[in-house]
Design a protein around this ligand. Structure first.
Ligand code: GLN
Length: 488
């Protein structure tokens, strides 16, 4: 059965359409794969076996009746940040233990409407705060390429599940890099759409002015199919935009002639692992040899991205997380009076990193400090956006590494929270500016760990970014490499 899990989503669709395979067999193969590998990798918080098999059965019946929805019968899984009706949704936090939403996130509903089969909910850093999945309130996910290394985060489960064929594609969320960085660390294709491209209704909020949900998959083509389904305006999310949703997968092209690639000099500075630097430069050279033009550019305010992001993100988080009080949803630590119940629930329900951020955010928003921190960070954010606007007048896409290094070891950055956030330096600017960002595999380091190429594009140029990635994947085979754990 394992061959079925090795198919890409697009190949599986073709076989389903041709009647060569059934969704029930495809889904069962993925459930078997989960049973075989997840005890080791720990990507799943919840496996929805019966639900998945029911959906698969329904998909096969629908197909027999002539239905051909875009993802009909395709088994996928989603980060536990997305609300799933009737299925526990914890956001990786103990405080939401037992919370079962009464509605589906719009992205989930759209996947269901397109015929997808849900295999389960994936592990993550608590409330999406982190870069390694070590902050999960439950357990840590392992990097399938080397079990002593982190899978990245916060969508570590989403990336590890794709890398081990435990789902054909997954959804993650990206506030400061949480789709792209685990994508890079686990060697899969991972897209953060532009701010407003995909509805966040039902996506549990971390930093609302940054959060985006997006797909991870084995190929650019697979990711394009997922995006085509989940994108679009939603009356339930006033920040989702009315821009037309192209048929991304059908429009994919491999022609990069006439394309201008910008390399921000600030993103190729000191501190890059040499193999990362080389692999990314080689990937850009490859695209140049295929007809693209490459030029060096400058992101003038790059050095201010990290402080601006970490002030605004924690401020928004402190407000967003105020609602978890043990009264309305999730776990409750019952005490004699209301205030003691709040305190005990929040004290025991939230992990250390989440508490640190709530405190920092409350501080930066408090009277007397608001202008000095939050106000200033917002002003800096405007400058960073302007940098991107100016650059995208002269280049079509920007390219850089996704992270300065490949996946680090467990515990390597946990004792020093500053060290952990410094590793986000290359991804957060895209969230500050609301632009499109994708990670695609472009090499392996000396220890055999994957390296990711980051491709950034102006807001709503997902098609361009996907096309460049598709052209690269058409000419190279880094995206087809699999971790040794899968080689038997
Ligand atoms: N690592 C970053 C943070 O902790 C980004 C997380 C994310 O994108 N959700 O905030």
């Amino acid at each position: 059965m394992t061959e079925l899990t090795q198919l890409t989503l697009s190949q599986a669709l073709e076989k389903l359409r041709a009647g060569d395979i059934t969704s029930v067999d495809l889904t069962q193969a993925h459930l078997d794969q989960i049973e075989a590998y997840d005890p080791q990798i720990k990507a799943y918080l919840t496996v929805t076996k019966d639900h998945a098999l029911e959906q698969a059965q329904a998909a096969d019946e629908a197909r027999a009746n002539g239905d051909d929805k875009p993802l009909l019968g395709i088994p996928i899984a989603v980060k536990d940040v997305l609300s799933t009706k009737g299925i526990e949704t914890t956001c990786g936090s103990k405080i939401l233990k037992g919370y079962t939403p009464v509605f589906n996130a719009t992205a989930i509903q759209k996947l269901y409407d397109a015929g997808a089969v849900l295999l389960g909910k994936l592990n993550m850093d608590e409330f999406a705060m982190g870069s390694s999945t070590e902050n999960s309130g439950y357990f840590t996910t392992l990097n399938p390429w080397d079990l002593e290394h982190v899978p990245g985060g916060s969508s570590g489960g989403s990336a590890a599940a794709v890398a081990t064929n435990m789902a054909m594609a997954t959804l993650g969320s990206d506030t400061g890099g949480s789709i792209r960085q685990p994508g890079s660390f686990c060697g899969v294709t991972a897209l953060k759409p532009s701010y407003g491209r995909v509805s966040r209704y039902g996506l549990i909020a971390y930093g609302s002015s940054f959060d985006q949900t997006g797909p991870l998959g084995k190929t650019v083509e697979d990711v394009a199919r997922m995006l085509g389904v989940i994108a679009g305006q939603d009356p339930n999310d006033s920040t989702s935009m009315p821009n037309e949703v192209p048929d991304y997968a059908a429009n994919l092209s491999t022609d990069v002639s006439g394309l201008t690639i910008g390399m921000p000099v600030e993103y190729f500075g000191d501190g890059l692992q040499p193999e990362v630097d080389k692999a990314v430069r080689d990937a850009i050279a490859q695209l140049e040899s295929m007809g693209a033009t490459v030029k060096e550019v400058s992101l003038k305010h790059a050095e201010y991205c990290l402080p601006a992001y970490y002030i605004i993100a924690v401020a928004e988080a402190s407000a967003n997380l105020a609602r978890y009080d043990g009264i309305r949803f999730g776990a409750r630590v019952e005490k004699a009076d209301l205030v003691s119940t709040y305190k005990a629930t929040r004290g025991q329900g939230f992990g250390e990193e989440v508490k640190r951020r709530i405190m920092l955010g409350t501080y930066t928003l408090s009277a007397g400090y608001y202008d000095a921190y939050y106000g200033k960070a917002q002003a800096v954010r405007t400058l960073i956006r302007q940098d991107f606007d100016t650059l995208f007048e002269e280049v079509d896409v920007l390219m850089s590494p996704v992270a300065p290094t490949t996946a680090f070891k467990f515990g390597e950055n946990t004792s020093d929270p500053l060290q952990m956030i410094l590793a986000d330096i290359l991804t957060i600017s895209a969230n500050l500016a609301g632009v499109t960002g994708m990670s695609i595999p472009c090499g392996l380091d000396n220890n055999g760990l994957p390296i990711g190429l980051q491709i950034l594009g102006a807001p709503y140029t997902e098609q361009t970014v996907l096309n460049v990635g598709h052209a690269y994947q058409n000419a190279t085979d880094w995206h087809t490499q699999v971790p040794t754990i899968l080689k038997g």
